[in-house]
Design a protein around this ligand. Sequence first.
Ligand code: 4FV
Length: 252
Amino acid sequence: MFQFDVVTLFPSMFEAVTECGVTGRAHDKGFYQLVLWNPRDFAANSYRTVDDRPYGGGPGMVMMVDPLEKAISAARQRQKSSGVKNSRVIHLSPQGRPLNHRLVMELSQAQGVVMLAGRYEGVDERLIQRSIDDEISIGDYVISGGELAAMVVMDCVVRQMPGVLGDAESAAQDSFVGGLLDHPHYTRPEVYEDEAVPPVLLSGNHAEINRWRLKQALGRTWQRRPDLLEQRELTDVERALLDDFKKEVQGA
Ligand code: 4FV
C-alpha cells in the first residue's frame, strides 16, 4: 500500500482526492494511505505561528523552518514505521523539476513519499537545504499553495497503480504514455447538430480504428506540441501516418 504523507496548513483540501472519483475509490479500496500533518501542530508558541516576515523586506510572509522540519520529521517517522525505506521528501514549488509522465512513472516506483505543500511566498531556504530531497513543479505559474500541486502528483501516481483503473489499458493509453497527445474521443449520439462521429470508429475494424487513433495522436502532437515529437523517434508507419495527416490538413 503506497504511503502518502503531506505537510499542509489546509488538510481538508485533500478530501478532493480521498472522497472523489478514481482516487476516492482507490482510497476506499486501500490502494494507498494518506496522512496529513499540519505544521501549526508543531509550532513553538500558543499562537501556533508558522510564518514570519521576510528578511530583506518585500511582500508577504515566509514559512518558518522549525514547525516544518518537525512536521516533516514526524511524517518521515511514520513512513518508516509503515515499512517505507528512505522516503523521498518532495517540496511542490515553481522552482522544481517539471512534472511529466516520466517523473510520474519514477514516483510510482516508490513505496511512499512525503510532500510539503507550501503557502505564502514560500518556505525558508534553510528548510529546503536541510529537509527536502526533490522539488517538483506542476507548471510555470504561481498558485496560492502547494496543496493543489500535491494532489496533482497524488492523482497521477494513484492512476498508475495496477488495478486502480477498471481497465488497465486506459492507463497505458493515457496521453503522453507513448510520448504523444491523446487522440479525439467520441460517444453517443452518432450525430450531434449535424456533426457525425468519424465512420471508422463505427466500423468495428479494430486495426483501422487503432491506425486512425494513432494518426490523430501524431497529427495533434505535430500541430500542438511539436516539442514532444522532437523527443520521439517515429517508426516508418508513424511517419507515413503523420505525412497522411499533414496532406489532409493542408488539402482541407
Ligand atoms: C507551485 C507550482 C506553486 C508558490 C508559493 C505555493 C506556490 C506558494 N507548486 N508547482 N507551480 N506553489 O505555484 O508546484 O506557497
